[in-house]
Design a protein around this ligand. Structure first.
Ligand code: FAD
Length: 476
């Protein structure tokens, strides 16, 4: 059996894993990555990228539906979802291929197969042809990610077969548009799918167990999404529990659900999207003969530098109990590499990382909501401004949304350090970076108010909101 030695061996080639490989290589370390599927992981193959490609097809349909308002007459648009699927897959395949070529050009060794970690940072790789090899890392990063959670009775059909029940994995492989969709779970991913299907013309119902969708979001922001979803005829049913479903024999099914205080209701649909979150995937990591601890919830336990209990073994990304976001995986990859290099990096401030939800209208935020800031004991000053007052938003015809800035209240009552920036509206996922910089830098209202925003631009609303917290303003 071959046995090669590397400065770093990474198990998993998703954002956490390939991020670590690329950053460590750029810092001069020799690196091997073990991946059992396709490079890019969930994010590139079954998550961020394909989901946003579908959202873009939905956005084009929305724009064409409203083209006449812009003086462009077009014939009735027809959604051809098979083309959207081909386009999405072309984007995914292109990025996966470029990533592989880039890693090769950086002399990263990519090992195709299932990696298991044993004692002394030894990783055994079971290759698809049945052979195996062993690599040893001076350091090892576990980055095996996560998989969709399912509900008993709502399991998707086995691979190669089709059924009405899907997780994100199956939805992203659809080639035809279901006419009626039930989305179980009103979190970020559920809302993105609800928005996609509604903007493509499907009848969508969200079934959420909690009292509101997008729990944890600032209430003002969540309310805008709820109002906008209602305008799209998305039926939002909160406080309900799904009880089961009865397939109708024609590809669809009837979902049975109910609230605590009412009789069960039925919803006939062509597709059920189960979107109740993801679970960490430590299942195939081996870990025998190591001190790595996996919690009851399946997360690999780490400290603030992403170190496991096994010396020289780290874990990053969805496998650990930190925000399940691709860019958090990248940040952890960089943190670990710096730690390996002995550079004493600052631990990540998870309470400030940028969040982005790409439904329409988009949501983006960093730092605590107004409710969370008050609950944490901060005395706060808050300003919020609506996109309908912004000239660029009017030009775009995208009036729904707002920017809300939450700042610490100084002893004299004025607004001080910016704690949270919360946005909902057009292209806010592209606009958050200024707000995130302010929050993470611990900048004050007075400092950020000095910054000039281009005109006409959507980001003027962030500038205006901060400026108004100084007690003076231009347009408010
Ligand atoms: P993964 O991306 O899950 O990669 C893990 C890799 O490890 C996989 O390729 C797997 O095959 C491999 N692996 C597992 N076990 C082994 C083993 N034993 N040996 C070898 N290989 C193994 N995040 C965002 O930031 N923005 C978004 O807009 C966004 N949208 C999303 C939309 C959807 C529909 C979904 C499902 C997720 C989305 N996410 C988004 C979340 C994002 O995809 C994850 O946070 C991210 O992919 C986690 O990266 P990771 O490297 O930890 O794990």
């Amino acid at each position: 059996m071959d046995q090669q030695q590397f400065d770093l061996v990474v198990i998993g080639g998703g954002p956490g894993g390939y991020g670590a490989a690329l950053y460590a290589t750029s810092a001069g370390l020799s690196v091997a990555v073990v991946e059992k599927g396709a490079l890019g992981g969930t994010c590139l193959n079954r998550g961020c990228i394909p989901a946003k490609a579908f959202l873009e097809s939905a956005a084009v349909n929305r724009h064409v539906q409203h083209a006449a308002e812009f003086g462009i007459e077009s014939s009735a648009p027809v959604v051809n979802f098979a083309v959207a699927q081909v386009r999405k897959q072309k984007i995914v395949d292109g990025i996966v291929k470029s990533l592989g070529a880039f890693m090769k050009s950086k002399k990263i060794t990519v090992l195709d197969g299932l990696g298991t970690l044993g004692a002394n940072r030894t990783v055994t790789v079971q290759h698809p042809d049945g052979s195996s090899s062993t690599v040893v890392g001076t350091n090892v990063i576990l980055a095996s990610g996560s998989v969709p959670r399912t509900i008993p009775g709502f399991e998707p059909a086995p691979p190669g077969q089709h059924g009405p029940v899907m997780t994100s994995d199956e939805v992203l492989m659809l080639s035809s548009l279901p006419a009626r969709v039930a989305v179980i779970g009103g979190g970020a991913i559920g809302c993105e799918f609800a928005s996609t299907f509604a903007d493509l013309g499907a009848q969508v119902t969200i079934l959420e167990g909690l009292p509101k969708i997008l729990p944890g979001l600032d209430t003002d922001v969540a309310n805008v999404v709820v109002r906008s979803f209602k305008k799209k005829n998305i039926d939002i049913k909160t406080g309900v529990k799904v009880l089961g479903h009865t397939p109708n024999g024609y590809g669809g099914t009837t979902v049975h659900f109910g609230a605590a205080d009412s009789d069960a209701q039925n919803l006939e649909v062509d597709a059920v999207v189960v979107s109740i979150g993801r679970r960490p995937f430590a299942d195939q990591l081996g870990l025998h003969g190591t001190a790595v601890v996996v919690s009851d919830r399946g997360f690999v336990e780490v400290d603030q530098y992403c170190r496991t209990a096994e010396p020289g073994v780290y874990a990053v990304g969805d496998l650990i109990n930190t925000p399940a976001l691709a860019h958090v995986g990248y940040a952890e990859a960089i943190l670990v590499t710096k730690h390996i290099l002995g550079e004493s990096p600052s631990p990540i401030r998870y309470d400030r990382v940028p969040w982005a939800i790409y439904c329409h209208p988009e949501v983006a935020f960093s730092g605590p909501s107004e409710e969370a800031a008050r609950e944490a004991g901060f005395d706060v000053v808050v300003a919020k401004h609506q996109f309908r007052a912004n000239s660029r938003a009017q030009i775009l015809g995208e009036l729904d949304g707002l920017v809300k800035v939450i700042a610490k209240k100084n002893a004299d009552g004025s607004a001080g350090q910016i704690l949270g920036v919360h946005m909902v509206g057009p292209w806010v996922t592209e606009q958050l970076s200024g707000g995130y910089l302010a929050v993470n830098w611990e900048a004050t209202v007075a400092e950020v108010a000095e910054y000039i925003q281009p005109h006409p631009s959507l980001t003027e609303l962030f500038g205006e909101t901060v400026l108004s917290l100084t007690g003076r303003s231009l347009n408010a």
